[in-house]
Design a protein around this ligand. Structure first.
Ligand SMILES: Cc1ncc(COP(=O)(O)O)c(C=O)c1O
Ligand SMILES: N[C@@H](CCOP(=O)(O)O)C(=O)O
Length: 529
């Protein structure tokens, strides 16, 4: 595997009936009020927004933030959220411990994980149709901030933040790709989809969480909270997203990277975005330990997914999948896992949609790991007994080379509550799966190769049926990982057959030689009529 050193000296308006059940008194005066929701303001049953037939063009001297301010001058909020201890065992969730999202806190008093808890009673004042219509009305617009796939779900993400404090690149709304040929040719499947979360601002799903986290930091700094910068440990994608969003906000970012373990494309991202980059002679788990110690001492805000704010943004990918299927629920969703925040984020997004009546069930989740970095897989195989961190070995899926995932409890909770499965992929399996997918027109990253391997194995075992609607989550853009593809297609990998390698053919630059080669190769493959 290649390694690199870090020596670089309108609005659509919807008319909705209220829920038949009586809403809570502090929200609604009459049960029979008609709500007009606009794409640019949170609808209020007590003060319905003015109906607007079509959105007039914004004055030339007004930008989209100004426009949002004008349309929503009071910034009144009916919804709220807070941090509570993450409790895998809900029977013991009687804790009264909670924190405002404006506090800087990453762990509960007992040292456990935190979770962002929304005021579900307030959200339940609106029925599933209300939320589906509201979210649908915001897709594909430039209305600040709802044009973002994350902020189109603002009421479910960070309901209390002022739109003016949001730092967004209009992330999300990513392509749900129908993998027609891959599904048909290799798996006999007709309803296979790839959610391309990596076709995004910085080339990975991390943008979804980072817009939320950096927006909250922006708010904290405006509130004069002591935050001198934002820091993370990273295998390459978190650091890229953090540095981009911080640069957009004018906030300093600090990234801890494991030396020689991330791709050159990932390394250059924070460098270009002006982050303070530390290359450390350790692995990701070592970097994570260090950033936790540093952020406990210095006023640097922690941006890893230990910080549950990140997952609020990431969960919108799950909501988006449902939305893209017209609120039909797929049977399976397969997610590659490393630090294990994302698998929980998917669970949370699906679960919220069920709880709030947008859908009536959730998909089964599969978490896919590289066999060289498989602590969750081993834990699953043991029947969820005694989790043991491991020393992760080098893998082409370098962004998930993690042996001591911070979100292990969240992942176990998500998988147990979705009748989930954990699978693993060897280096050869993941690279072959990546090459196979690429040969059908995709250009995926090795982590997506891990997820596809899980799919291939589950199809072979019969767990996933030929007509099951299945979504594979692609987590990063293949262009960040071109070196792995170069190594594969030049058959330059020790102990790997690279059976799908497609190296370029060296030919003399004359007509005869070119014709000979073309006849021998292309024409022999032409379909016979
Ligand atoms: C490309 C890519 N895929 C998958 C993952 C795994 O996500 P998580 O750490 O949330 O499990 C990561 C980061 O860890 C990643 O960068
Ligand atoms: N793959 C991640 C690893 C860190 O994960 P996080 O979600 O906890 O930030 C990366 O790109 O750094």
């Amino acid at each position: 595997m290649a390694s690199f050193s870090i020596s670089l000296s309108q609005s659509s308006h919807i008319s909705l009936k209220p829920k038949t059940s009586p809403p809570k008194s502090h929200f609604v005066k009459s049960h029979f009020v008609q709500i007009k929701a606009s794409a640019h303001s949170t609808p209020s049953p007590s003060t319905p927004p003015k109906p607007v037939v079509s959105k007039p063009r914004r004055p030339a001297d007004e930008n989209i933030r100004d426009e949002a301010r004008r349309n929503n001058p009071t910034h009144s909020h009916r919804f709220s959220a807070k941090y509570v201890p993450f409790n895998a065992d809900s029977s013991s969730s009687h804790s009264t411990e909670s924190y405002s999202l404006d506090e800087i806190v990453y762990r509960s008093q007992s040292g456990g994980l935190l979770d962002v808890q929304h005021d579900m009673d307030a959200l339940k004042n609106y029925d599933g149709k209300y939320w589906r219509d509201l979210f649908d009305s915001r897709v594909g617009k430039t209305t600040w901030p709802y044009g973002s796939g994350v902020w189109s779900k603002k009421e479910w993400v960070l309901p209390e933040i002022d739109s003016d404090d949001i730092i967004s690149a209009f992330e999300g709304n990513s392509n749900l790709f129908w993998a027609e040929r891959f599904g048909k040719q290799f798996l006999g499947m007709s309803d296979l989809w790839v959610k391309h979360c990596g076709i995004s601002h910085t080339g990975s799903f991390k943008d979804l969480g980072m817009t939320v986290l950096v927006s909250q930091v922006n708010r904290l700094r405006k509130m004069k909270r002591p935050v001198v910068g934002v820091g993370c440990a990273s295998t390459g994608d978190t650091s890229a997203a953090l540095s981009a969003y911080c640069a957009a906000a004018g906030i300093p970012s600090i990234v801890f990277l494991p030396a020689n373990r991330i791709s050159i494309a990932q390394l250059v991202q924070p460098i270009a975005n002006g982050a303070f980059v530390l290359s450390l002679d350790t692995d990701f788990d070592g970097c994570m330990q260090l950033i936790r110690e540093v952020t406990a001492e210095l006023p640097i805000y922690l941006a890893n997914s230990l910080n549950s704010l990140r997952l609020e943004g990431q969960k919108t990918a799950a909501i988006e999948i449902l939305q893209q299927f017209d609120w039909n629920v797929p049977d399976w969703v397969i997610v590659p896992g490393g630090n294990l925040g994302n698998i929980y984020a998917f669970y949370k997004g699906f679960h919220m949609c069920k709880e709030l009546g947008l859908v009536d069930r959730i998909p089964r989740l599969v978490c896919a790991q590289a066999a060289n970095a498989n602590p969750l897989y081993l834990h699953y195989q043991s029947g969820w007994k005694d989790f043991k961190p491991i020393k992760a070995n080098s893998t082409f899926a370098s962004a998930i080379q993690i042996g001591d995932p911070v979100s292990i409890d969240r992942a176990v909770y998500a998988l147990r509550n979705s009748n989930g499965i954990v699978e693993e992929a060897t280096e050869e399996e993941l690279m072959d799966a990546m090459a196979q997918a690429d040969s059908t027109g995709m250009f995926i990253c090795p982590h997506t190769g891990v997820a596809l391997t899980a799919l291939i194995k589950l199809r072979k075992s019969g767990a996933i049926g030929p007509t099951d609607r299945t979504v594979v989550v692609s987590t990063a853009h293949g262009l960040k990982f071109t070196q792995s593809k170069i190594d594969y297609h030049s058959m330059n990998i020790k102990d790997m057959a690279c059976r799908l390698a497609n190296p370029p053919v060296q030919v003399k630059a004359d007509f005869g030689s070119v014709m000979d080669v073309l006849k021998k190769t292309l024409l022999s493959k032409a379909p016979k009529h």
